[in-house]
Design a protein around this ligand. Structure first.
Ligand code: GDP
Length: 295
């Protein structure tokens, strides 16, 4: 079994203290372990380095060297700082509109359609909302079918207009349909591509400016590591999105992408996806993610 990073730090510093040898150098050595763990968890190297520098300054300012349990104090410092870096408290989504329009963005395969279904289900069952799902992928008929399958699974109506090649017109018609039929949330699933390209960006930027959603979410596969950060930056530059959805956290990723994304685009991570089923959705809690990253 692997020793968790928390245990490692605790043991390392405790043993050192027992020998009366705990010094600034030891703290630096220990933080190297932290840095390694962060990089192993997919945190960008530069961000991991800045992070450990901050923790080192705090540690030395807080008498870790003379503390009774220096290891535990370090672990707490590291965890608190990680939590802070990922945004402190959990943030909700804006449901103030009538209807509230939520626009999904992200690459193909990131989990947008699946998450749209999960979010509709969550809002219906947990927040007593009446959502409408909207299929705006005008290139792949299979994507429209997939959203219908998902909508059937969660018992939420799906608006689509197969053959219509204009996603702005489809979105507007869907919002009018929602108003006429008492839907108070509209979730728009858009077309993604396998990589960032200009046509996709222009299309989603056009939808965004035409419908002015209350909430624009960027969906990203947590298994894609560093690429996730670059994609997040590209989408944020165009959409100035409101929050991030980190999917596939049921895989064997430690989830360090969460830290890198938050640091680069400075937007909150709002939800996580933890499986393919419609109930595999959770609100994002930075402190839980810090525990996961530290192992
Ligand atoms: P889209 O192209 O962005 O709409 O992505 P999809 O919703 O079609 O998802 C792509 C694949 O990832 C599908 O096979 C989904 O079942 C799967 N998927 C989506 N979210 C999750 C998740 O949180 N965990 C796992 N394990 N698979 C997921």
């Amino acid at each position: 079994m692997f020793e968790s990073l928390s245990d490692k730090l605790d043991n390392a510093l405790h043993v050192l203290k027992g020998h009366g040898q705990i010094t600034e150098v030891n703290v630096a050595e220990t933080l190297k372990e932290v840095r390694r763990a962060l990089v192993d968890a997919d945190v960008n190297y530069k961000i991991a380095k800045e992070f450990t520098t901050t923790v080192k300054e705090k540690a030395l300012g807080q008498d870790v060297l003379t503390a009774l349990k220096p290891g535990q104090m370090m672990v707490k410092l590291v965890k608190d700082e990680l939590t802070q870096l990922m945004g402190g408290d959990a943030e909700g989504i804006n449901l103030s509109g009538n209807p509230s329009v939520i626009l999904m963005s992200g690459l193909q395969g990131s989990g947008k359609t699946t998450f749209s279904g999960k979010l509709a289900n969550y809002l219906k069952t947990k927040k007593s909302k009446k959502p409408l799902l909207v299929a705006c992928d005008v290139y792949r008929p299979a994507a429209i079918n997939q959203l219908h399958v998902v909508g059937d699974q969660v018992g939420v109506e799906v608006f689509s207009d197969e053959g219509n090649q204009d996603p702005v017109a489809i979105s507007k018609a869907a919002i009018a349909h929602a108003k006429a039929n008492g839907h108070n949330v509209v979730i728009i699933d858009t077309a993604g591509r396998l990589a960032v390209d200009e046509a996709m960006m222009t299309e989603i930027a056009n939808i965004h400016s035409a419908i002015q959603p209350q909430e624009t979410l960027f969906v990203v596969d947590s298994m894609t590591g560093q690429d996730a950060v670059n994609t997040a930056k590209a989408f944020n530059d165009r959409l100035n999105f409101d929050g991030v959805v980190l999917t596939k956290l049921d895989g064997d990723t430690r989830g360090g992408a969460a830290i890198s994304i938050k640091s680069v685009v400075n937007k909150p991570i709002k939800f996580i996806g933890t499986g393919e089923k419609m109930d595999a959705i959770d609100v994002f809690y930075p402190s839980r993610m810090a525990d996961r990253i530290l192992g």
